[in-house]
Design a binder for this molecule. Structure first.
Ligand SMILES: Nc1ncnc2c1ncn2[C@@H]1O[C@H](COP(=O)(O)OP(=O)(O)O)[C@@H](O)[C@H]1O
Ligand SMILES: [Mg+2]
Length: 281
């Protein structure tokens, strides 16, 4: 079968494409690029025949990480960002690497067992515990003090990262900047619903497009540049999530694997992403 030159990668649950995908489809077509949404685990796809493979909404990877990274490695150089970036970025302990490199990030401790969780949570007072490999807010748990903490049957069973609970999230949420081809292009503010700390829609959170702020754009560009230095790979796209802590912004997550482009609230993100794809031809 002759393959589309651009493959946009998704998962079964989002088989049609990420939310608002029509904006990206239109932007690619307007640049004369033929594209197709495909499932990363579809064995019938001829990955080697595509010029560009872009992971978009492969949001089921976190429970199948080994398989996902194996697939990414097999795709080879057509894959934007690529398997090495994904391997680093899908384990939240990368935040520790970034802190060591001097970037302002939410204080983060890696915890492999229950005693390490307790020790870290004690140090932070009110702590947030989350899977080292996780997405979409799944497995996020607030731990008070850590004394006697044990994972419940519903808890993630580790390994984890532990952070102080950043209280500003309740009122101000997170702000995210998309960095495409090294350039900050847009910003979205995300706030949680009442009584929640998670900003994701499935927990009652809301997102809205805002004007790009100098402070957020600067930190986001710095976060991507620091990562490029650290891992020595090209980064074509990324989303940098930040929170307010100690009167300034700090990085809470860098999404270099499957950052949703928020095309439903921000269809204009499609243009720079399509330009970055066009630049590979
Ligand atoms: N240290 C923290 N303090 C306050 N809220 C947090 C903290 N860590 C995570 N959260 C909340 O939980 C959500 C999910 O955590 P996050 O680290 O973004 O993981 P992922 O999005 O990969 O599941 C965040 O978007 C934020 O709303
Ligand atoms: Mg997140």
């Amino acid at each position: 079968m002759s393959e589309s030159p651009v493959l946009l990668v998704t998962c079964q649950e989002w088989a049609e494409g990420e939310p608002g995908h029509a904006a990206l489809d239109t932007a690619l077509a307007a640049r004369g690029l033929e594209s197709r949404w495909v499932l990363w685990d579809d064995l019938s796809v001829d990955w080697g025949a595509a010029q560009v493979v872009a992971v978009r909404s492969a949001w089921d990877y976190s429970t199948r990480l080994g398989e996902f990274l194996g697939w990414a490695t097999g795709v080879g150089p057509a894959l934007l960002n690529g398997a090495d970036v994904f391997r680093w970025n899908t384990d939240k302990s990368y935040l520790i690497d970034l802190a060591r490199a001097g970037l302002p990030v939410v204080p983060t401790v890696a915890a492999d067992d229950v005693m390490a969780v307790r020790a870290a949570a004690k140090q932070f007072g009110t702590a947030v515990l989350k899977p080292r490999v996780g997405a979409g807010g799944r497995g996020v748990e607030v731990v008070e003090g850590g004394r006697g903490w044990l994972p419940s049957a519903d808890s993630h069973q580790g390994p984890w990262v532990v952070q102080p609970l950043i209280d500003t999230v309740r009122e101000h949420g997170e702000t995210s900047v998309f960095v495409i081809a090294g350039r900050p292009v847009s910003q979205v503010d995300k706030v949680p619903g009442p009584g929640e700390i998670r900003v994701q829609q499935q927990y009652g959170g809301h997102s809205r497009s805002v004007e790009l702020s100098d402070e957020a754009a600067l930190l986001a560009a710095q976060a991507i540049a620091t990562t490029v230095d650290l891992i020595g790979a090209e980064i074509v796209y990324g989303r940098v999530d930040m929170m307010w802590y100690d009167d300034g912004l700090v990085v809470c997550e860098i999404e270099l694997t499957e950052p949703g482009l928020y095309l439903d609230v921000m269809p204009l993100n499609a243009g720079p992403f399509a330009d970055a794809i066009l630049a590979r031809f």
